[in-house]
Design a protein. Structure first.
Length: 392
């Protein structure tokens, strides 16, 4: 029996402790996507067009780099000594209650050699119903070996791996800035597909960042992903936040709407499959509603439903800073300064001020992870959610 997501039903009424944790494991990465948040912070972002202020994509520059192997990180983002250690992670995990959803993030998370040990720590203490491993898929052998070890140990959690695919081969390599990246990701897909039959708690999916370069090619990509045996879900995240190549954010809202309509229709017509875990149909209904609310947020440019970030969601960076969400502009504290005690941080005046400002609709965004909790834990949205559910 896997840990049931329905254990968290009381949080619909009492939003007292976080049930969704996003943990940034590392900044290190072996890819170089122009929409990368970390790249936008580098002193030397991608080169700019002569006389202009728009960064060129790697393809424009004729600079696609070969795929990098583990140990050959290319110094793109160097290891920072500030990454939390296993001991520190253990203390953080002990200060948290049981989790519905644990999402790792990065950087490329599989560049942390101790990713299996980190997962075990959270599995033992916080019993997450779902553990998410997003990856660019470049380290085929490492990913296969580590995920199998996680599957063997964490039998009561649903283990979800999301492979990044931004388009078909040429477009994907161009957007990801790494030559051969598409082929590597497909090799990883083939390696992971073999684990699906052996481990019923394993789910394999694809995530695509919708941006101005791939927005005209989504039909082809959606069709391709639907044809991949074993891929249960294809999520499309709208490009957001600070990116090094601002051109990528010039999206056509009409094209985004076409894409979300197509994905909703595919789910309803059973052209695309859904997750394998308990409550997967509900999750598929929530995905459809979520994409509509994201569209509404872009058009209205304001928070369209209450946001529970800071109450139900928490984000911890690789060096222990704590935020309510991934906008990274509302720091609540640092575990290193506050005895690794998340409860203490959440009760601080600073954190409470931030939560109050979010509640008074002081911000808005289209981030899918937060929309998920904002829908599933908001009873006002249940009629709309049920309507989608009944059509699946
Ligand atoms: S894979 Fe992720 S962390 Fe790495 S460059 Fe791309 S967006 Fe940034
Ligand atoms: S609306 Fe978005 S930016 Fe504001 S707190 Fe929620 S997740 Fe963060």
């Amino acid at each position: 029996m896997t840990y049931s997501p329905f254990r968290h039903i009381p949080s619909i009424l009492w939003k007292r402790s976080p049930i969704h944790l996003t943990f940034f494991l590392t900044r290190r990465c072996n890819s170089r996507c122009p929409f990368c948040f970390y790249l936008s912070k580098k002193k030397n972002p991608p080169p700019y067009a002569k006389g202009g202020n728009t960064p060129l994509t790697p393809l424009d520059r004729g600079e696609l780099s070969p795929p990098l192997e583990k140990g050959d990180i290319g110094g793109f983002f160097n290891k920072t000594s500030s990454e939390l250690s296993l001991d520190e992670i253990e203390k953080i995990s002990s200060s948290l209650g049981s989790l519905l959803w644990l999402a790792f993030s990065g950087g490329e998370i599989f560049l942390r050699d101790d990713i299996v040990e980190i997962t075990k720590i959270f599995y033992e203490r916080n019993k997450p119903a779902i553990i998410l491993f997003p990856t660019n898929g470049l380290l085929t052998d490492v990913i296969g070996e580590k995920i199998e070890a996680v599957l063997n140990y964490c039998k009561k959690s649903t283990i979800v791996v999301k492979l990044s695919l931004e388009g078909m081969e040429e477009l994907h390599d161009s957007i990801r800035g790494t030559r051969g990246s598409f082929q590597k990701t497909m090799q990883t897909y083939n390696a992971l597909r073999e684990l699906l039959e052996m481990y019923p708690n394993f789910d394999l999916g694809v995530n695509t960042v919708f941006n101005s370069e791939n927005q005209g090619h989504m039909d082809e990509l959606i069709g391709f992903v639907n044809g991949l045996d074993g891929i249960r879900t294809h999520t499309v995240s709208l490009i957001r936040g600070k990116v090094s190549d601002q051109r990528l954010k010039d999206i056509d809202v009409g094209k985004y709407q076409e894409t979300i309509n197509r994905m909703a229709l595919n789910s309803k017509n059973k052209v695309s499959s859904i997750y394998r875990f308990k409550g997967a149909r509900l999750k598929a209904a929530q995905d459809i509603l979520q994409r509509r609310l994201i569209h509404e947020t872009i058009v209205k440019k304001k928070q369209v439903i209450p946001c529970y970030a800071g109450r139900l969601n928490l984000v911890i960076t690789e060096s222990g800073d704590v935020y309510p969400c991934e906008s990274f502009n509302m720091k609540m504290g640092s575990v290193r300064k506050d005895s690794y005690d998340l409860n203490k941080i959440l009760k601080s005046e600073q954190a409470q001020d931030i939560i109050r400002s979010i509640r008074s609709k002081g911000c808005y965004c289209t981030h899918e992870c937060y929309m998920m909790t904002n829908i599933l834990f908001n009873p006002v949205l249940y009629p709309a959610l049920m309507k989608e559910y009944m059509q699946l």
